[in-house]
Write a protein that binds this ligand. Sequence first.
Ligand SMILES: [Zn+2]
Length: 213
Amino acid sequence: MVPFIIFGTRGVTFKKESGQFHCPNCGGGSDYVHKNVRRFFTLYFIPVIPLDSLGEYVECHACQGTYHVDILEYDPAASGVQVEALFMVAMKQVMIAMLLADGVIDDDEVKELKATFEDLAGVSVTEQDLREEIAAIQNEGSGAIEMVQHLAAGLNDKGKEMVITAAYQIAAADGHVDPSEQQLLEEIAVALELSQAHFLGIMSELQTTGISN
Ligand SMILES: [Zn+2]
């Protein structure tokens, strides 16, 4: 009998350094941890050989928000730009890509998107900003899975849970999650490198809480 060898790759997160920074979400000084995500070759699910770097991010200890490392240079007094946590960017992009799956986003869907985002992120966004982002994503032509693969290395577990929650809310906005939407949610979870158990836990919590809108 030929021995059955299970191998693959997955991202492993390492702590690089820590310190104090200005968290845009908390609106003041917070402790942060700078983390690096490296791809590993795995044998029987155990990471054995380090491969390339997948990305890095800065995580706020207080709110668990993650940011691009440029945030360490961010001066709220000098910059008029509002910086969003990476999970907010990811939630918005994944919801847009899901709504674009049928080709167009109508006015009702833009309102749905705005309400869902504001509800989950706790910050407001203008319809104009959303329409600009929709146009950019439409131009790029990336689907939800590609979006998630691109963003996953900047997200911690909390961020990944937020992305699944946002994707679920958009799928359930019409009152039900059909089998193809369920399938897409599962694929998003795989692209985020969430374990099956973690994904099912988030889903069961969402289903018990019910559809909020
Ligand atoms: Zn924070």
